[in-house]
Design a protein around this ligand. Structure first.
Ligand code: PMP
Ligand code: GLU
Length: 411
């Protein structure tokens, strides 16, 4: 039988992040030396008390409420109040199997069009395509920290002239590692044009300056927030996320709940109990340490990679940065990444996966190829860590960056 797949889905391919992860694992199994700067996964262990809570709750076999455990939703509500200064009451929060699923359901339910700025995370556009929502792109620049200006956003909104529009904002940002500095101005435009915002706050707690600002503070009535345990808590494989909506838009959560109930039913029970501990417990020390390691490793990569022909913005959060390789040798950033992997063993993702034109020689580099559990045993508090500590605990990062930097000298 032919044409089993819907025409609208035939152009989609498996997500580039998961593909590069599996490709690297395969090369390693074949005995190749690979520097895994492609996939973006926390290198740190889940805090022990949270793991113990999961073990203690392994016997929980009953289905939980569709929207998630009330206690967990209350904890997430308190967490959001603390972080954003805005109250998202527990009844406006939905627990989901990863925030990725929450975003997908949002696209499926949403009757409107989507604005993305390049760079945007790999899955936003494919998810919009699955939900059959038209995507409009805004190009950004390194000078503007890889975020759109309020003027650009306003121009875009006016040119679309559509009633329901949503802009997805992710700060700290995957793939650029930068932080949005003009939240207030963006919020003003959104308010003026009734533009909805989905603030993807999965990297909130990996903000290097430690002062997180959420756009919901400036535009509480129109901001959805998604987040979860994957990044700050090192629990990507546990698949626990959330979606929070403002009071005025709580009816929209009803549609997401219906879709959830008809697909995954409810998130797995033991992980929800463990997540209560993750949101209620005091993990300030763990967060401070992991953030200082990431900040130091990110800074090391930035310092040692940037050159006359590699441009980079200094990382401000998350665990990525976006080097641009100035050259005329390659036709596409995919060809550039494939050649680099072949010739040096360094795996990265081409920025064409993040909304850039394929001829722009930008890549995404995730600097998490180190053993986070070992690194946490060092004295990692306080100041930026010196190179010796990084050489000891992140040898693959150090070696891979050296190889990449030597390779780029011959461009
Ligand atoms: N948003 C961004 C920007 C991400 O990098 C990720 C990484 N997986 C997600 C959302 C989804 O995270 P999760 O589904 O694990 O909550
Ligand atoms: N967020 C990770 C990345 O961008 C991967 C996880 C995923 O794509 O679900 O590499």
């Amino acid at each position: 039988m032919k044409n089993l797949t819907k025409k609208s889905l035939t152009k989609l391919k498996p997500s580039a992040t998961l593909v590069i992860n599996e490709k690297c694992k395969k090369l390693i199994n074949q005995g190749k030396k690979v520097y895994q700067f492609g996939f973006g996964q926390s290198p740190f262990p889940v805090p022990e008390k949270i793991v113990l809570t999961l073990k203690d709750n392994a016997h929980r076999k009953e289905y939980l409420p569709m929207q998630g455990l009330t206690k967990l939703r209350q904890s997430i509500s308190d967490y959001l109040k603390d972080r954003t200064e805005i109250k998202y009451p527990e009844e406006n929060i939905m627990v989901t199997p990863g925030s990725k699923e929450a975003m997908l359901l949002m696209h499926v339910a949403f009757n409107g069009e989507v604005i993305l700025s390049a760079p945007s995370w790999v899955s936003y556009e494919p998810q919009a395509i699955i939900g059959r929502n038209k995507v409009h792109w805004i190009e950004t620049t390194r000078e503007n920290n890889w975020f759109p200006t309020a003027k650009q956003l306003e121009k875009k909104v006016k040119s679309i002239n559509k009633k329901n529009l949503i802009f997805i904002l992710n700060s700290p940002n995957n793939p650029s590692g930068t932080i949005c500095k003009n939240l207030k101005e963006i919020a003003m435009v959104a308010k003026r044009y009734n533009l909805l915002i989905l603030s993807d706050e999965i990297y909130t707690d990996l903000t290097f300056c430690n002062k997180y600002e959420s756009i919901s503070k400036f535009y509480p009535e129109g901001t959805f927030i998604s987040g979860g345990l994957s990044k700050w808590c090192g629990a990507g494989g546990w698949r626990l996320g959330f979606f929070a909506v403002p009071d005025k838009l709580s009816h929209f959560l009803g549609s997401i709940k219906t879709l959830a109930s008809e697909s995954y039913s409810t998130v797995n029970s033991p992980v929800q109990y463990a997540a209560v501990e993750a949101y209620r417990g005091d993990y300030r020390e763990y967060k401070a340490k992991t953030v200082n390691i990431l900040r130091s490793v990110g800074n090391y990569v930035y310092k040692n990679l940037r050159s006359n022909n590699i441009l980079i913005k200094q990382p401000q959060g998350a665990f990525y940065l976006m080097p641009e390789f100035l050259n005329n040798k390659f036709k596409t950033s995919t060809e550039l990444c494939e050649t680099i992997l072949d010739e040096t063993g360094v795996a990265m993702l081409p920025a064409s996966e993040f909304g850039f034109k394929s001829k722009k020689m930008l890549t995404r580099l995730s600097y998490t190829d180190f053993n986070g559990a070992e690194f946490l045993k060092a004295n990692v508090n306080g100041n930026l860590l010196d190179d010796k500590i990084i050489e000891k605990y992140a040898p693959n990062v150090v070696e891979g960056i050296q190889k990449l930097s030597n390779w780029a000298k011959n461009l």
